[in-house]
Structure formats: structure tokens, C-alpha cells
Design a protein around this ligand. Structure first.
Ligand SMILES: [Zn+2]
Length: 338
């Protein structure tokens, strides 16, 4: 049986920003999935598709394997490394973050000082005010260490914190990939024709899932991703989701209104298996759900989410039990002839 924390540590160590999935995370997921499916292949976009053949309905489960990250735009003569975002980086959450380049080089994100006492300012920050210090003493030295176009991710690994919760970078969406692996491990006898898709480039606009869903043309599509919670201090409209109260069944986010038929199937499977779920309305943000729903002639689609605090920060926090229950929920659904 897969262990959630062990598996997540393994995936986070191989995390790749959008567009670089083929370098580490895709081969790792292919190795992990192979024992549970009939064929594993990669499409032109780079999506990793793991097919468990069956005579029943075509079901596509999809978790994105790409991560947000930094891409080097320029190296200054003082050795400062300037960067742009790959996906949704939040400037305030970046200051002081430790980052890791593909060659293993680490650095720290710093705020450019623009006058006395401005270092503590946090309002209206933009990414252009941030740079990475890689410890170089000159531009020449820095350019021998990183090049324009190199990418970096948040350094650090998931660790257990209080309340059965796990904190670290890249719950979004490597924990969704963990859920897919749990589901395939527990769905060896499914009567359905199941495609487990580890999609690319979700963080830059749900791009990979578009072509994967078009090619597969599923009868039912379910994205698995993280969602925000309402259990942290916030000035925003309250959200009725919390850690440890079970996976969520999405009703709506910024990109999709989920198919009621899909949610009815999930609710029925949850009730039958005795799995506690939460109802999710995510006010902003999007998921692969929307591209699955609108691919080709369209598909019945929804999303199962893992409640996660501090999304897109280096300290994303989720509950181990929610992840395990999400895997159980999907395998309970796949156990039925849909
Ligand atoms: Zn995500």
C-alpha cells in the first residue's frame, strides 16, 4: 500500500515547473503507475496517460503533474538573478523563499532595496522587485551557474505538522497525483475503461488536459486538484471547507460549473462507501475540469479536491486523511459499472 507522506516526498523531490515535466516527474510517475495499468504512454503535449482497459464506460481521471516555478530572465553584473513566473507566483509569499535550480544549485529570493527602511514593505509588491541571490560574487560567476531560461522550484520537502497535517511545497498538484496512484492501486478490478492522466501545463492555463481530453473523449471526466480552505484568518469571503473534514466535491470554481450528473455519481459512491465529503465552491482559480468538460463534443466532468491551506506558497498544508479518503472515493466510484 502506498503511504501518502512517503509518496509525496518522492514526488516533491522530482517536482518540475510547467513545460519541464518530462525531465523528472513524468518518468517517475510512469514507473509508479506501470504495475497497475495495461499501457503507459506520453502524447505530443507531454501528458502521461496510464490506461487500465475495461469494457465499460470511458472514465478519465486527471491530476496535473506540473508545478509553479521561476524562470531566469536575466543575470545582473552584480550576480543578481532576475526571474519571471511560471504559473501563479505570489510576490509577498516569495520573499525569503529558498529555491532550487535543476542542477541542484540553491538560492534565496530577496526583495530589491529601493531606499532606506523599505525592506519591510509588503503592499503592492511585484515580481520585478524580487531577485534570487545564488551566492555569486559577480555577473560572470553567476552566468557560469545559471542561464536565461533555466527554471527553479521551491526547495524543501513535505513534513508532518500538527493534527495529522502535512506541510511543504507542491501539494498543488502532486498530492492530486498521489490520489490518482491510490485510486489505481485500489481499482484493479474496475469494470470501466479508465484513463489516469497526469497532465502538463495546468498552471499556465490548463493546457495539457485540453489535448488529452480531446483524444480520450471520456464519458466521465474527473480532475483531482487542491482547493482553498476557510479555516485560516482571511479578509476574504468565508469558504466552507476545512482540513481534515474529507475530500471535496466541486460545485463551481472560476473556470467551471461542474456537471450535476458527475456530482450525483460521486455523492452516491461516497454514501455507499461511508466516505465523508465536503461541498466546494472555490471563488477564484481554475482547474483541468473546465478543459475536460469542454473538450471535443464536451464531457460530463467534475473535480475532487484535497483541501489545502496556503496554496502556491512553499508551505502548502493538507491533511493525510483527506488524501486517503479521496483515493477511496475514486476507487468506490470506479468499482461501479457507470
Ligand atoms: Zn492545481
Amino acid at each position: 500500500m502506498f503511504d501518502v507522506l512517503k509518496l509525496q516526498k518522492q514526488l516533491v523531490a522530482a517536482a518540475c515547473p510547467s513545460g519541464s515535466e518530462y525531465k523528472a516527474i513524468s518518468p517517475l510517475l510512469a514507473d509508479l503507475a506501470k504495475p497497475f495499468v495495461d499501457e503507459v504512454y506520453t502524447d505530443a503535449m507531454g501528458n502521461l496517460i496510464c490506461h487500465k482497459k475495461g469494457n465499460g464506460k470511458k472514465v478519465m481521471l486527471c491530476a496535473h503533474m506540473d508545478a509553479i516555478g521561476l524562470m531566469v530572465t536575466s543575470v545582473g553584473d552584480d550576480g543578481a538573478v532576475w526571474f519571471t513566473n511560471v504559473g501563479g507566483l505570489r510576490p509577498v509569499q516569495m520573499i525569503g523563499a529558498r529555491v532550487r535550480f535543476e542542477n541542484g544549485l540553491q538560492g534565496i529570493v530577496r526583495l530589491r532595496e529601493e531606499g532606506k527602511n523599505l525592506g519591510l514593505r509588503t503592499g503592492a509588491l511585484s515580481l520585478s522587485q524580487l531577485y534570487v541571490d545564488i551566492g555569486a560574487l559577480s555577473g560572470e560567476q553567476a552566468r557560469s551557474m545559471v542561464k536565461v531560461g533555466d527554471v527553479a522550484i521551491f526547495a524543501g520537502e513535505p513534513r508532518e505538522v500538527g493534527g495529522g497535517n502535512i506541510m511543504g511545497p507542491y501539494a498543488d498538484d502532486l498530492i492530486g497525483c498521489v490520489v490518482l496512484l491510490l485510486a489505481m492501486e485500489q481499482s484493479q478490478n474496475t469494470p470501466n475503461d479508465v484513463y489516469y492522466v497526469f497532465s502538463v501545463q495546468e498552471e499556465v492555463g490548463c493546457r495539457g488536459s485540453k489535448t488529452a481530453a480531446f483524444a480520450i473523449a471520456p464519458d466521465l471526466g474527473i480532475a483531482v486538484d487542491v482547493t482553498g480552505t476557510g479555516d485560516v484568518p482571511t479578509g476574504k469571503v468565508p469558504m466552507d471547507v476545512k482540513l481534515g473534514a474529507g475530500p471535496t466535491i466541486k460545485i463551481k470554481d472560476g473556470s467551471v460549473i461542474c456537471s450535476h450528473e458527475a456530482n450525483a455519481l460521486l455523492e452516491k459512491a461516497a454514501e455507499k462507501a461511508g466516505i465523508l465529503c465536503q461541498r466546494e465552491i472555490l471563488l477564484a482559480g481554475g482547474t483541468d475540469t473546465s478543459s475536460i468538460q469542454m473538450a471535443g463534443n464536451g464531457a460530463i466532468a467534475t473535480c475532487v479536491s484535497v483541501p489545502t491551506r496556503h496554496i502556491h506558497s512553499p508551505a502548502e498544508t493538507f491533511n493525510r486523511g483527506d488524501v486517503e479518503q479521496a483515493g477511496k472515493l475514486l476507487s468506490a466510484l470506479l468499482a461501479e459499472a457507470l
